[in-house]
Design a protein around this ligand. Structure first.
Ligand code: ATR
Length: 286
């Protein structure tokens, strides 16, 4: 990497940002595309968020990503929010354009792309979503927008699944939406796709699973948005039953590529070999 006076800084802000894989992914893309850019992580305190954004403007930062816990909180400090980010209720990508910070969301589209790339189509599918937090909100809304026929939200805290189900119905009137407690999963086995959006099974609690996947048909596609570990126990259990599985690493890489397309214009052909990226990220995760 050749850093000089003209190197553009891109970054991630969040708290904690420790062990984020975003620098590896973005710097890899910059490198193989000969872009004079560098990507770094900044751990930002809640009280400093507004000031950090003002400083980014002064420094001429052209784009950055936002992670937990600021994906919603950041929205009030931005000059504009793109329609998709408004729909998904969270911002993970910010672009500086003509003196304004504009917020976007690439998490939902990144997840849907990981399904499409695996040959899974969402239109008219019945989908069981586990969890009702920020990740679940963006993904459920995007699945509804992508033509799912039915979405069932299961969450430990049932009030949150109810609220998310209400938000989906409110925006997408013609989709069938149900909600329930996570413990009631055995009543909902007639689904095409199951997506784990809870944090159950994430490092260091790698022996945990959100639900028993063995009661579903082996035609059910099983997804997990967790990428640490690369293959959660939930996915390993599904794989043992010959179910098709999709891990969180695909979504992570896709959302990063989509962020770059926003920063550097959608038409820019960003060369990337996803398998190569996954190969070296493997070492950072396991
Ligand atoms: P994110 O933004 O990554 O989605 P989040 O908003 O904190 O993170 O959501 C985490 C999700 O995992 C929630 O659905 C949470 O359930 P609650 O809403 O009941 O808190 C779920 N979750 C986390 N730990 C859990 C556990 N031990 N059992 C059941 N659900 C759990």
């Amino acid at each position: 990497m050749n850093i000089n006076w003209n190197t553009q800084l891109y970054c991630l802000i969040g708290n904690p940002i420790e062990k984020s894989l975003s620098p590896e992914i973005h710097n890899y893309i910059f490198n193989i595309n000969n872009m004079n850019c560098i990507y770094m992580c900044f751990n930002v305190e809640d009280n400093d968020l507004h000031q950090v954004l003002d400083t980014f403007k002064i420094l001429g930062i052209k784009g950055f990503n936002v992670t937990i816990p600021y994906k919603i909180h950041i929205m009030k400090y931005l000059d504009e929010i793109d329609e998709e980010a408004r729909l998904l209720g969270a911002v993970n990508t910010v672009k500086y354009l003509d003196g304004k910070f504009i917020g976007y969301n690439t998490d939902g589209a990144g997840f849907v792309k990981s399904l499409i790339d695996s040959g899974i189509h969402i239109k008219d599918k019945k989908i069981l979503v586990l969890g009702a937090g920020g990740g679940s909100h963006a993904i459920s809304m995007k699945l509804a927008q992508s033509g799912a026929k039915k979405i069932i939200i299961l969450n430990r805290t049932i009030e949150k699944s109810k609220k998310l189900a209400y938000n989906i119905s409110n925006k997408f009137g013609d989709i069938s939406v149900e909600y329930d407690d996570l413990k009631s999963f055995s009543q909902y086995t007639d689904v095409d796709i199951v997506v784990n959006c809870t944090s159950i099974g994430m490092y260091p609690d790698t022996d945990e699973v959100p639900i028993d996947i063995s009661i579903f048909s082996n035609k059910t596609v099983v997804c997990d948005i967790i990428y640490k570990p690369i293959k959660t126990k939930f996915l390993k259990n599904a794989e043992k039953k010959n179910m098709k599985i999709i891990g969180g690493m695909d979504m992570l890489i896709n959302q990063a590529i989509l962020s770059q397309k926003i920063w550097f214009s959608v038409d820019k052909n960003i060369a990337i070999n996803i398998d190569e990226i996954k190969g070296f990220l493997h070492y950072s995760v396991e």
